[in-house]
Design a protein around this ligand. Structure first.
Ligand code: TRP
Length: 328
């Protein structure tokens, strides 16, 4: 079975874009591949420095992952910091990648520019080395990523190939793949930008925890355009097309076909909102249950950490002996 790994950072609340674009495809994928999913809390440290925040966000994200339907018996769901091999292999990765390669990472350039004048951690710079460790520790064949993360998978491949060349065949060289048909959800207030927790206002972002009335209000206020016809055209009608995409993703129907069923924006907004409310209701209920039972949540994460550690420890061992570090 193909081993697939994808990870998500616990920064802020989970939103509809995460849910439809990543988490639901993960749930589907656990039946068809050997899936590893890390909640990468150490990556979040590159930008978070307030005590307690990362832990709370990690717990929240874990609750949502299980509420959405990830099954610890099928997929390996773990918290990165529970598997110390990530930090250990990360150093080896740092010594296998060059300063020049890390300097060319677009995400580093963007993130450090946007933090101008603020604290820019060295971790923000070496971030791809930790990500390479995440991937290579699990002998992942495939890493489904969006465009923004392709470069990080490319550098991981380069690191793996270089290491294998220097020290002998040790790592599986992973492939970046396009994620399976997850919807790309845009900001309801700015439908040319991806829905994101860092958007300027909350009005364009549907959180998994939003109650029904808030979801309805956000959809009703969604930006459309000054024409009046409903048609699926991402270029000319990004707002309307986004509503159709959301409705399509939730109902499993093609957005172009849905477009024929609406003649006005109002009813389309209401239909999208109702579909999302219905999708969220059972997830919200299960999330609340899990968060009320912290020991169960901790148990589920221990199952994942144990499975992850078994694989990760063996890979780290292989890497250390390939290098020829003196055995302890
Ligand atoms: N860098 C990824 C992001 O910001 C998160 C991530 C960390 C990741 N490690 C990974 C994604 C390994 C895929 C595989 O979205």
């Amino acid at each position: 079975m193909t081993r697939v790994l994808s990870c998500i950072q616990p920064t802020g609340q989970v939103h509809l874009g995460n849910l439809l674009g990543a988490l639901r495809p993960w749930v589907a994928g656990q039946h068809t591949c050997d899936a590893y999913h890390g909640i990468v809390d150490l990556h979040a440290l590159t930008v978070v420095d307030t005590p307690g925040v990362v832990g709370d966000d990690t717990l929240e994200l874990a609750a949502v992952l299980f509420a959405v339907g990830l099954d610890p018996e099928l997929a390996t769901v773990f918290v990165q910091s529970h598997v110390p091999e990530h930090s250990q292999l990360s150093w080896v990765m740092e010594c296998t990648v060059s300063y020049g390669e890390l300097s060319r990472m677009v995400q580093f350039k963007d993130k450090s520019a946007s933090r101008e004048g603020a604290f820019i951690s060295a971790g923000l710079f070496t971030y791809p080395a930790l990500q390479a460790a995440d991937i290579l520790l699990y002998d992942a064949d495939e890493v489904p990523v969006g465009e923004d993360q392709r470069q990080h998978v490319e550098i991981t491949r380069d690191i793996a190939i270089r290491f294998n060349h220097r020290f002998g065949d040790t790592f599986v060289v992973p492939e970046a793949v396009t994620p399976p048909a997850g919807a790309r959800v845009m900001d309801l207030q700015d439908p040319t930008s991806k829905m994101s927790k860092s958007s300027t206002t909350d009005a364009g972002c549907i959180y998994v925890t939003d109650p029904a009335d808030v979801v309805m209000k956000k959809f009703k206020r969604a930006v459309t355009d000054s024409e009046t016809d409903v048609r699926y055209d991402r270029e000319a009608k990004p707002g309307v097309s986004n509503l159709l995409d959301v409705l399509g993703a939730v109902t499993g129907r093609p957005p172009t076909e849905l477009a024929d069923e609406f003649t006005q924006y109002g009813p389309l907004k209401v239909a999208a909102a109702e579909a999302v409310v219905e999708l969220l209701a059972p997830i919200q209920a299960r999330r609340a249950e899990l968060l009320a039972d912290r020991s169960e949540l901790a148990r589920l994460l221990r199952v994942g950490a144990d499975k992850a550690r078994t694989v990760a420890a063996a890979t780290l061992d292989r890497a250390y002996s390939a290098i020829g570090l003196l055995p302890a």
